[in-house]
Design a protein around this ligand. Structure first.
Ligand SMILES: [Zn+2]
Length: 84
């Protein structure tokens, strides 16, 4: 199977050649990155997506605000999931 070009959760390359290893399906190492040579699984990809999900959900309902140098900056509510 031809590698597909996707972000790698291991080496953080924005576009890496990822091989899908169907013969490893469900074993946690069904992907390999041809850029960094790491094997990884669906759980790593899901964790990367899950880390962003609350921020994206918060953004969808956030009101538009002026640029910081253009006025009101009183709303300092952090996005969900942020560690203080
Ligand atoms: Zn990689």
């Amino acid at each position: 199977m031809k590698p597909i070009r996707l972000p790698c959760p291991c080496c953080r390359q924005r576009v890496a050649d990822i091989e899908i290893r169907l013969w490893k399906l469900g074993l946690g190492n069904e992907f390999s990155c041809e850029d960094c040579g790491t094997y990884f699984g669906a759980a790593e990809v899901e964790a990367m997506i899950a880390a962003w999900a609350p921020v994206l959900a918060w953004l969808r309902q956030a009101p538009a605000v002026p640029a910081p140098d253009a006025g009101d900056t009183t709303d300092t509510t952090p996005p969900p999931g942020r560690k203080e």
